[in-house]
Design a protein around this ligand. Structure first.
Ligand code: FAD
Length: 325
């Protein structure tokens, strides 16, 4: 990923997509067909998520391998390090290398299913994401390009949303970056002001560690009103009045109108971020939720992130109006 970013023009924007491994075989087949189409939208790279505690080991690896080997995409495999046997980490890294996957998003991981809050594991080897970053560097040197997560609105596990403040996490983000992160990817957000302030805080930090590292905002295309509210709530993302007013202007049950308003919201966010950071932020990561239409519409409309013309057809395809993951 860092080599591909470096090969772009100095201000040239780019975008990436995130996919999760579907649970069923038919879901996988659906996604494969969609991946073939979405690959043509020309993302700089794609991310494949990892189930907390290693619940999707082979599915995540298989999907990442398919993206790399069959679709020729630059692929970033997410990997968490807690609530999981160490040999899973070792096997995954080894297989990733074997299958030509060069990028890992190194994460701590969410609490295991059914548990609301994260509790430190018994083994002290992998307590935080920084431990995984160090481990990958120690075992694989520079083979992997490593990304780490950041939270423009502060880290939130739901235990104390009042105390959310990006300054609290700052020492740990510095630690992860110094340990060997090549890029930073953020939690989804809708409060553009907060992201812009966060990016500024990082760039201006006296340590200088964030001066040139790519900071890639995570964006959630709006597919339906319900899924938007649910996902924003789960991520503890603040919903600015401006965003809510735009959505409230159309019936929440009209998925097509909601989607169109969502496209305008995202297009404006991208435009503001690209321009107000003076193009320091030029990569935009879409949490696709395995859906293509909203993303294609955004790429079709944005003046910043663009896709080859012929693919505008994807966005216009009426059959996809009711797409399912
Ligand atoms: P860390 O960087 O370890 O931070 C977690 C918390 O610990 C923070 O509050 C931090 O301030 C604190 N902390 C860090 N280091 C220290 C220290 N040395 N001492 C004390 N406190 C410390 N989860 C999945 O299960 N699968 C995925 O595929 C996945 N993808 C994600 C993609 C992105 C872009 C993001 C933003 C998150 C993703 N997550 C995923 C969620 C992530 O695993 C959780 O948010 C997790 O709770 C924290 O992960 P982290 O890597 O940010 O952890």
């Amino acid at each position: 990923i860092n080599e591909r970013i470096a090969a772009l023009g100095p201000d040239e924007p780019f975008f990436s997509f995130e996919f999760f491994p579907p649970k069923t075989d038919s879901g996988v087949q659906n996604l494969i067909a969609r991946l073939h189409r979405m690959a043509q939208l020309n993302p700089l790279f794609v991310n494949i998520t990892w189930g907390a505690g290693g619940s999707t080991v082979s599915k995540s690896l298989d999907l990442a391998t398919l993206c790399t080997a069959e679709l020729g995409l630059t692929t970033c495999l997410h990997l968490t390090c807690t609530n999981m046997e160490k040999n899973i980490i070792d096997e995954t890294l080894s297989k990733a290398k074997q299958h030509g996957i060069r990028n890992i998003l190194a994460l701590r991981g969410d609490p295991p299913r059914g548990e609301e809050y994260w509790t430190p594991p018994e083994s002290q080897e992998f307590m935080y994401a920084v431990d995984l970053v160090r481990y990958i560097r120690q075992e694989y040197g520079d083979y992997f390009c490593i990304g780490v997560a950041a939270y423009p609105e502060g880290y939130a596990d739901g235990s104390n949303p009042e105390a959310q403040d990006p300054k609290i996490d700052l020492p740990y983000l510095i630690e992860k970056t110094v340990a060997g992160a090549d890029f930073i990817m953020t939690q989804l957000f809708f409060d553009t002001d907060k992201f812009i302030a966060f990016e500024k805080m990082l760039r201006e930090h006296e340590s200088g560690v964030f001066r040139s590292i790519p900071i890639i905002p995570g964006l959630l295309p709006i597919n339906t009103y319900q899924s938007f509210i649910r996902t924003a709530k789960l991520s503890h993302a603040h919903l600015p009045d401006r965003v809510l007013e735009k959505l409230d202007a159309v019936p929440s049950t009209d998925d097509e109108q909601v989607k169109q308003v969502g496209v305008d919201i995202l297009v404006e966010m991208i435009d503001r971020i690209y321009n107000e950071t003076c193009h320091r932020v030029r990569g935009f990561h879409f949490y696709t939720l395995n859906l293509e239409r909203s993303v294609a519409l955004i790429l079709d409309k944005s003046n910043v992130v663009k896709t080859p013309l012929r693919l505008k057809l994807v966005a216009q395809n009426k059959e996809q109006k009711t797409e399912k993951p």
